[in-house]
Design a protein around this ligand. Structure first.
Ligand SMILES: CC(C)(COP(=O)(O)OP(=O)(O)OC[C@H]1O[C@@H](n2cnc3c(N)ncnc32)[C@H](O)[C@@H]1OP(=O)(O)O)[C@@H](O)C(=O)NCCC(=O)NCCS
Length: 207
C-alpha cells in the first residue's frame, strides 16, 4: 500500500480560505475568515492544521484543524475538527495528541473544553485522553437547546503525562499507517525520549 504523507503544522495566512471551507464542512461555518485571522494574530492562540506533505498529491489542502487558547496555565481547546471524508481513521486522536503536546511545550498544566452533550464521538475521543466531565452549561447551544459538558484534563506538566503521550503517539503512528497515512513528524516535546524495551512506560489505559 502506498502511504500518503501528512503533517501537522501551524496555520498560515495562505491557508485561511481553506480553513474557512473546512470549518463549513465540519461545523457548518462556526468561525468566519476574520475570526481565524484574529486567531492567527493572537500570541495566545495555537492553531494547528493537518495538511498533506509539501508536493504530495492530495484531494484536499486541509484535513483537520485544532485550536487552543493559552490562558494563565490552562489550554482552552476551542476547536477540533476533521473533514467528514476522513473521520474515524484516527486523525482526530493524532491532532488532539499533538495539541496537548503543544500545550505541554508551552508549560501549561491543564486543558479544558466544552462539548455538546450529544456529540458522542467527540466525548469518546476526549475521554480516551483522560478528560473528565466536571460540569455542564444548561441550554448552552442556542439552536438546539442542548447542554454543554465541561471537560478538564489535569497534570499536563507531570513527566508521566509526557511519557504516556510520547509512547501513545509512537504507537498511534502504526494505526495511522494501517489506514494509509504516514505521519512521522515527532511530537513537539523534545525534553523526553521514548524509553525502549523493558523500561517502556505503561500506556495510560484510556489513551
Ligand atoms: C470529533 C472529531 C474531531 C473526531 O475526529 P476523528 O478523526 O473522527 O476521530 P478518531 O478517528 O481519531 O476517533 C477518536 C475516537 O472517537 C470515537 N469515535 C470516533 N468516531 C465515532 C463514532 N462515529 N461514534 C462513536 N465514537 C466515535 C472513538 O472512541 C475513537 O477512538 P477509537 O477509534 O480508537 O475507538 C470529528 O468527528 C469531527 O470533526 N467532528 C465534527 C466537529 C466536532 O464535533 N468537533 C468537536 C467539537 S468539541
Amino acid at each position: 500500500m502506498t502511504l500518503s504523507s501528512l503533517q501537522i503544522k501551524p496555520l498560515t495566512p495562505a491557508q485561511l480560505n481553506a480553513v474557512v471551507e473546512l470549518d463549513r464542512h465540519c461545523l457548518g461555518g462556526m468561525w468566519s475568515l476574520d475570526g481565524y485571522q484574529r486567531e492567527l494574530e493572537s500570541p495566545n492562540s495555537e492553531l494547528l492544521v493537518i495538511t498533506p506533505e509539501r508536493g504530495a498529491i492530495a484531494p484536499r489542502p486541509l484535513l483537520g484543524l485544532g485550536c487552543f487558547w493559552a490562558i494563565l496555565e490552562e489550554a482552552h481547546i476551542t476547536l477540533l475538527m476533521i473533514h467528514p471524508d476522513y473521520q474515524g481513521q484516527g486523525l482526530g486522536q493524532w491532532l488532539l495528541g499533538v495539541l496537548l503536546a503543544q500545550a505541554v511545550a508551552r508549560g501549561l498544566e491543564r486543558a479544558t473544553l466544552e462539548v455538546r452533550e450529544g456529540n458522542r464521538s467527540a466525548i469518546a475521543l476526549y475521554q480516551k485522553f483522560g478528560f473528565q466531565a466536571i460540569g455542564r452549561r444548561p441550554g448552552y447551544y442556542g439552536a438546539t437547546g442542548e447542554d454543554a459538558l465541561i471537560f478538564w484534563l489535569n497534570g499536563l506538566h507531570q513527566p508521566g503525562f509526557t511519557l504516556e503521550l510520547s509512547a501513545w503517539h509512537y504507537q498511534h503512528q502504526h494505526r495511522l499507517a494501517q489506514q494509509g497515512w504516514q505521519v512521522d513528524s515527532p511530537l513537539p516535546i523534545h525534553s523526553l525520549k521514548i524509553p525502549s524495551g523493558e523500561n517502556q512506560p505503561r500506556i495510560h489505559p484510556q489513551i
